[in-house]
Design a protein around this ligand. Structure first.
Ligand code: COA
Length: 373
């Protein structure tokens, strides 16, 4: 068995930002327009008027203040409320490949690894822009990476499940180096016309280089242990696929986008994640006092505060559990990796931390790391 380390990470951040205020203005304009168009049905009780959204609610319920997106104009057009991502020619790089390659090149540069020395590329994300060929294989080709590639989807837990998958192959000796890439174009599977969730997601891509850690000497995070768990739930669901229940009108296809029962998710996922981390730490011989940092999935600030408190047995100090969701919103599997990439440099040799992601499935994955500097 070989040891494994994360030797580089990279983040692609789109250059377009939507603030809560901009989002709410667009949503409310859409709601007013819809209410006007459906005034008679609303008056007769056949339809329910759409209520306004509010910035205060969004911040209080989630901690989200803004989000990055690939296309702001389409999302904020009250007559459209959906990004304009034109289908590309088959010969041109896809959207996921393009942003995944950007993040991957940053991770390779930090690791000091050449693309051709990569043996495995995993594109791990919550939604693929096509069925096949795998986005991972396209990224492999664009990077000039060696070996093989594939896609995997465990929704918001895709990054940690991808890390465990790659780490297991490095441990066993079947590969030496891997890239785990998480291009998350959440704006394309969010229903921006649904007040309950229109504020939740943003776009981003993250990447991590994993290497055999038997003879490395530079800055890195040795992976001490990985663990994944799943438990079926319908409370976060997206039915998009080849079984279309209704084909014709966008309005009839609500289930082809992200749907959730947020309250239930909140209640059910918290104990699942807290227990998962506690057991993983216990089995690895790590105590709360050993942990210098928690890089948690970024869905909801209250949720993260709760998990941090449960894991550490006290309120986390500033910086111990960095949140990035105020700037990026929920970026599905990429959230914990953005936090890890941006808030890990200051750790000293021997400092330990946990990357943890969780979400649809339900699924939860944790990676316990130790800084070597
Ligand atoms: N603006 C103003 N009011 C809104 C609103 C908006 N955008 N969206 C919902 N509301 C209203 C609701 O209609 C509800 O009104 P009511 O009390 O009159 O029925 C009230 O605000 C509370 O809504 P609720 O959905 O119960 O809010 P919440 O406190 O549960 O917060 C979430 C919603 C989604 C932020 C929260 O449940 C959550 O984060 N859950 C976990 C989600 C998660 O981690 N998902 C994983 C995704 S990968």
């Amino acid at each position: 068995m070989h040891n494994v380390a994360i030797t580089g990470t990279g983040v692609f951040t789109p250059d377009q930002v939507i603030t809560n205020d901009e989002l709410v203005v667009a949503f409310n304009a859409y709601a007013d327009q819809w209410n006007a168009e459906n005034a008679m049905a609303i008056e007769s009780g056949e339809a329910e008027a759409k209520a306004h959204s509010s910035t205060d609610f969004i911040v209080a319920a989630s901690g989200i203040e803004r989000r990055y997106v690939l296309d702001k104009e389409g999302v904020l057009d009250p007559k459209r409320m959906f990004p304009r991502l034109a289908p590309r020619d088959d010969e041109a790089p896809g959207y996921m490949a393009e942003i995944g390659v950007d993040a991957a090149n940053k991770a390779l540069a930090q690791a000091g690894v050449a693309a051709e020395d990569i043996d495995l590329v995993i594109c791990a994300a919550s939604n693929m822009e096509r069925a096949y060929p795998a986005i991972g294989v396209e990224i492999q080709e664009l990077l000039g990476a060696g070996g093989f590639a594939f896609d995997m989807n465990v929704a918001c837990s895709s990054a940690t499940f991808g890390i465990q998958t790659a780490a297991d192959m490095i441990r066993s000796g079947s590969i030496r180096r891997a890239l785990v890439i998480n291009p998350e174009i959440c704006s394309a599977h969010l229903e921006w016309r649904d007040r309950d969730c229109h504020f939740i997601f943003g776009d981003v891509a993250t990447a991590a280089v994993l290497e055999r850690d038997d003879d490395l000497s530079g800055d890195r995070f040795s992976i001490l242990s990985t663990r994944c768990a799943t438990q079926f739930s319908n409370n976060i669901r997206n039915n998009n696929g080849y079984l279309r229940r209704t084909q014709d009108r966008m309005e009839d296809r609500r289930d082809m986008q992200f749907m959730q029962n947020g309250r239930k998710v909140f209640k059910e996922v918290l104990p699942l994640v807290s227990q998962h981390i506690a057991e993983h730490m216990d089995d690895t011989g790590i105590t709360a006092g050993d942990l210098k940092r928690l890089w948690l999935h970024q869905a909801n600030k209250t949720m993260n505060d709760y998990i941090g408190k449960k894991v550490l047995g006290r309120n986390p100090e500033a910086g111990e559990q960095p949140n990035i969701l105020q700037d990026y919103a929920n970026t599905s599997s990429a959230g914990s990796m953005i936090a890890f990439s941006k808030y890990s440099d200051d750790l000293a040799d021997g400092d330990k931390g946990i990357i943890c992601s969780f979400g649809a499935g339900y699924s939860v994955g944790s990676v316990i790391v130790e800084r070597r500097a």
